[in-house]
Design a protein around this ligand. Structure first.
Ligand SMILES: [Zn+2]
Ligand SMILES: [Zn+2]
Length: 162
């Protein structure tokens, strides 16, 4: 868990140290990627949703990944120049990242009578039926919900800077 106010302060300081003052920082509402470097708006954003769930070190790594994009330029992608810059900033992650994160971080897993799986971040407050089995609510296809532990290692693995 990270404090978003502190992450923002850290991000602003990092941008000030490495980029010029046309660059700004903000949080976005993405749920599937941890960070983004928007060259058009000259803005680095982190997912408010994922940042709050990750630890400080993971969030720092995402920031470094995106600052390296800003320094390397939009044409570079994850090429050699980007990689060199990212390493020099202290980025230790890879070039490729795992895709989906939202389901990996959802503690509630539901299984319907036909074996379909659903993920929830909160306990379902009322019975929910499987949308794959029936478009409208149908109590023949109720999910049975179980809570699982999401380990720090799983959280780290789920990081998806882009
Ligand atoms: Zn089903
Ligand atoms: Zn990237």
């Amino acid at each position: 868990m990270s404090d978003l106010v502190r992450v923002r302060e850290h991000a602003v300081a990092l941008i000030a140290a490495h980029l010029d003052d046309t660059w700004t920082f903000d949080f976005d509402h993405a749920k599937r990627r941890a960070g983004q470097c928007d060259f058009t708006r000259r803005r680095i954003t982190l997912s408010r949703y994922l940042t709050a769930r990750y630890d400080d070190e993971t969030n720092l790594q995402t920031l470094l990944h995106e600052v390296a994009h800003a320094l390397a330029g939009p044409e570079e992608g994850h090429g050699a120049r980007w990689k060199r810059i990212a390493r020099s900033l202290g980025y230790r992650g890879g070039v490729t990242h795992r895709g989906e994160t939202a389901t990996e971080l959802a503690p509630w897993v539901g299984v319907c009578p036909n074996g379909h799986i659903a993920y929830r971040h909160r306990r379902a407050s009322r019975p929910t039926s499987c949308a794959k089995c029936s478009r409208s609510f149908d109590d023949r296809f109720l999910f049975v919900w179980k809570r699982r532990e999401i380990s720090p290692a799983t959280r780290r693995l789920a990081v998806t800077p882009r």
